[in-house]
Design a protein around this ligand. Structure first.
Ligand code: DGJ
Length: 352
């Protein structure tokens, strides 16, 4: 086709229009940004590195979301445990802010040890950020072989910061209300009260307890739920509390379950599957339930970990919007999905 041909001008005009439209679309999201979440795939941060925020927690503060989690990247100094922090406006595109917390081993732990499942609360009265973590490892006189990690320490650690990204100053470890504490979860109620969820292995259950006014202590037990659940998370949706969690199978996925109650003190309903049990929660484990209250709708996002125990740095995330309401909760089959942080709307796209 000669350059002067009228068809060429038609193509040129269409091409320019396409270029302008695609530029506007990418500009609306910002350079290199996306509004699509790909469950189970590598999730690059602003530097193109896979996000290291395993067993994570999400805190919203002043229009930003902060994602805290276990940093399990290769090559870290083995004398420390690291909690990373990422920031986002849309829950999809995350900027790495470095380490919020870097801690060395408590003296009473022998051999191997862990700092897991960080959760951060903002205290409006003290204007401090308070982080809870699960600190665990082998203990003298209790654990037979300190080279093999044993979760016998069973404590929470608490740290404090003036800024969401840290650095958090480690304060102490303790057993909340004197009980053993393994996996932890966090919940903030509509009235601003802050709660810790923690697994108590000896009683084969988990507890929900209110934090003290300054959030530095665990003050009042709301209930003990005698269901063998870890990775506990709570959300309040249309006046009903939903609690979810996984079974106790270490790094291996299992059918996660949920129950409901009209009060945090219970009574709680019986526990039911959140997904077809044969999928083992599509290979994931519950971490947190994130509520997005938009101008059009409220969405509840299941955030879970797809653990890779032998290559932990490559563990993935399974985030999906939940089907929730009228006392029912269901995790749809994972597929890429979009989130509109302003309206709260989500859309599940076709699988690739
Ligand atoms: C399951 C817990 O939920 C994780 O946080 C981690 O502690 C693994 N167990 C370790 O096996």
């Amino acid at each position: 086709m000669p350059w002067s041909h009228p068809l060429f001008y038609g193509f040129k005009a269409a091409f320019c229009l396409l270029l302008t439209l695609s530029f506007c679309a990418s500009d609306a999201l910002g350079q290199g940004k996306t509004n699509t979440i790909y469950p189970g795939e590598v999730w690059p941060d602003n530097n193109g590195n896979h996000i290291q925020a395993h067993g994570g927690g999400i805190t919203k503060w002043k229009g930003h979301y902060y994602w805290y989690g276990e940093d399990r990247r290769e090559g870290l100094d083995p004398n420390y445990r690291y909690t990373s922090c990422y920031r986002s406006k849309d829950l999809v595109n995350w900027t790495h802010l470095g380490y919020a917390l870097k801690v060395s081993k408590p003296d009473t732990i022998l051999g191997e040890w862990v700092v897991e499942r960080p959760k951060v609360y903002y205290n409006a009265k003290t204007k401090k950020f308070v982080m809870y973590v699960h600190v665990d490892g082998s203990v003298k006189g209790v654990s037979p072989d300190p080279s093999i990690i044993a979760y016998h320490y069973a404590r929470v650690g608490v740290a404090i910061s003036d800024k969401p990204e840290g650095p958090f100053k480690f304060i102490r470890t303790f057993r909340p209300l004197g009980h053993e504490s393994r996996d932890i979860g966090q919940f903030i109620d509509d009235d601003g009260s802050a709660y810790l969820i923690f697994e108590d292995r000896p009683v084969r259950g988990f507890r929900i307890a209110k934090l003290s006014d300054d959030y530095l202590d665990v003050e009042k037990e709301m209930c003990l739920i005698t269901e063998r659940i870890e990775g506990g998370a709570i959300v309040k949706y249309e006046g009903l509390y939903y609690v979810i969690g996984s079974g106790l199978t270490g790094w291996n996925a299992n059918p996660n379950k949920y129950a409901t109650a009209t009060s945090l003190s219970g009574p709680w309903s019986e526990f039911k599957d959140i997904a077809p049990p044969e999928t083992n929660t599509y290979g994931s484990q519950s971490s947190m339930l994130v509520k997005v209250q938009g101008t059009k709708t409220t969405s509840i996002i299941f955030t879970g970990d797809v653990w890779k125990p032998k290559t932990q740095w490559d563990s993935r995330y399974l985030w999906m919007p939940l089907e929730i309401g009228d006392g029912k909760l269901w995790l749809p089959e994972p597929a890429p999905w979009t989130l509109n942080i302003k309206t709260g709307e989500t859309k599940i796209l076709k699988k690739k």
